[in-house]
Design a protein around this ligand. Sequence first.
Ligand SMILES: [Zn+2]
Length: 77
Amino acid sequence: MPFCNDTRYFTQEEDPAYELVLAPGAQAPYSGIYRCEGCGSSAISTREHPLPPQNHHVHGALQGHIRWRLIARTTHP
Ligand SMILES: [Zn+2]
């Protein structure tokens, strides 16, 4: 889970992009923080650039492949 100092600087919103589960190396729909569905680790990606690759971090056998999901986006795309 990523960390923040003050949640007042975050705004909850609905957007279909938060429902997408993306493969390693897929194009990021927004600049922001992405969470790995397998292990919960997080990484930053920039809009229209590739998400971190499969070798970004190591999973145990039960965690499966890295799958990225957007959890916070920047206000400027
Ligand atoms: Zn992971």
